[in-house]
Each structure stands twice: as C-alpha cells, then as structure tokens.
Design a protein around this ligand. Sequence first.
Ligand code: M6R
Length: 359
Amino acid sequence: SKGTYEFYMLKEIDEQPSVMRKISQTYFDENGAVKVDPQIINSISKADRIYIYAAGTSYHAGLVGKTLLEHYTGIPTEVGLASEAGYHFPMMSKNPFFIFLTQSGETADSRVVLKEVNKRNIPSLTITNVEGSTLSREADYTMLLEAGPEIAVASTKAYTAQIAVQAVLAKALGEALNKEEAKNWNLKHDLAIAAEGMQQLVDSKEKLKEIADKYLINSRNAFYIGRGIDYAVALEGALKLKEVSYIQTEGFAAAELKHGTISLIEKGTPVIALINDPATADLTRGNIQEVVSRGANIITIVGKDFARESDDVVLPEINYYMSALLTVVPAQLLAYYASKDKGLDVDKPRNLAKSVTVE
Ligand code: M6R
C-alpha cells in the first residue's frame, strides 16, 4: 500500500536504500563473499561477448551494466534495444551469452529476442523483479532484483536494482576469471555506501522540489547532458522527466550538443548537467559554459570531488563505476516533483501501461 505517500513513485524512490541492502544480503554470504549460482558464472565465463537486451529504463540500466561488465570482467559487452533486434538479429561472436533486463519479465519486445536466442541455442540469463515471469521461465537462468513490487509506471527502484545486480554479476564473473579489478573490488562496501548516499539524497528532497518548481514546471522542454556513465544516466533522467511531467526532454552526450542541438537552447531552457567522471569533468564544465552563454538555466548534479558552484547538487562520494546509483536519485526526484507540482497523475502518466506486452 501507499501508506502515507500520495504517490507510489515517491515511495519507490525512498525505498532504494533498503533495496540496496536487500541485494547485498541476497548476493553476499556471511563471510562477505559474493554469491551467484555457479552454473550462471560457469556459462558466462565461456562467452567471448555478452549481449544485453532490454527496453526503456531497463535498456538504460544495461548501458551502465556494459561499463561495469567490461571494466570488471574484460568481456566485451554490447547493449541493444530489444525492439530493434527481434527482426534484425545482431551479428554474433563465436560464443555469445545473452542477458535480458526486465523489471516485469513480460515485455513483448524482449520476448521476441529471447525466442530467437533460444532457436539458436545461445545461453541466456534474465535479470527480473518478478519470479516466474515469462522471460524468467523462457531463459536458461534467472537472477532476481529483490526490489519488491514496483507499482508506479515510471520505473525507479528497479533501475537501481538492475545496476546493483549487474554489479554483483560483474564481481562474481570477474573473480571467476581471475581479474585483478574484480578481486580488489569491495562491492559489498560500495553497496553500503550507495545505500547511505541514497538515504542522504532522499532526505534532502526539498531542494529538488525547489529546483523543479523554479526551473522545470513552466518549461516546454529540457535537456540532460553527461559523459561516460553520466551519459547513460542522462538518457534515464530524460526519460523519467518526460514520461511523468510531459516536458519534452532529451538526454545527450555532453559534447554532442554543439554538433547541432545547441541551436534549440534559448533563454531559460533548463539544462541538467551530470558530472562524476574524473576523465571528463572539466570538459563537461566547458560544455556547461557553452549553454549558459546561450541563456540556458543550468542545474548541475555533481560528484563530491567535482563540486565547484554554490548551487551544485552535490552527490555523496562513491566509486565512479557505481555512481549511477546516486546520480539518478536527484533526477528521479526532479521528475516526480515536476509531475506532481503540475498537478498530474504521477503514477499513471497518460498513454502508458506498467508492462508493455505488445510489440
Ligand atoms: O518491465 P521492463 O523492465 O521490461 O519494462 C521496460 C520498459 O517498458 C519500462 O522501463 C518503461 O520504459 C518505463 N515506463 C520507464 O519508466
């Protein structure tokens, strides 16, 4: 039930710290060792390439998963939109392994790809929130998100759970493959840091409400920009904001704006910039200057090390590879307040269903 909450979306945003703790309990044993079904690890460790397929928010979680898997396991990983692969199957490596990310486990676009995968006898894993769901039954293996029921149409806690479970997989697989990065990685600690950081962010939600009221609710359009993992989160932040607030929002790789889209920036256009990547932080600050000088209202969501301006929304410190878990929380809150303060039905945006069972 919603309890004292007006909308499920906020309840589900607030539940994210406890989802991180649940994932930690589920996937680590009492000695602190990562715990994933050995059959899954055995099967993926034979792969020369991992293919992640998903839709919507789950696709965005897959983009972060690719970075985690490649960094900690060294296995090249591709991410694709399920709807684009079902009828134009990607070119395969010799030993592919498929991962399906799906909160509901019922998404028709993903089911079509899995059917093709099964026809070709390629091993597969479904990472889902729903035990016994169709994609779980039809794949060889399942890992559960342990996020609890997600009711709001806009996915929030399932996104962060998908990133955390992919991190678990990357850790277990990287250790099995004897990768130094994976062996030296204290993921259990990082999940605890993520839970604490999320708690700080949800506790300071009033600040995001003020920003949404000041810069977003009267705007027709908005942009999210970022590089690296922040680009993946920019896509998710944009989807979240547009689907619940109806403010047309695009997520962009920060440097791409100047290749065309910057012509859309006018006085007062909100641009939300995300900065966590040490390699590109200064460059993104430069891109911010470019839009500010064209009149944009800039909202910056930045890692602790990159805070510079007094109005930066500052994220608690975390391993860059896990930063999406924190960066997305202010983005979710901005979407929530933009929708609610426009008087919209936050949990049931027009034209949308919770699970999309048609192609
Ligand atoms: O159940 P799934 O994760 O497979 O669903 C995928 C998308 O339909 C879903 O993420 C959708 O984009 C949400 N409305 C996003 O908030």
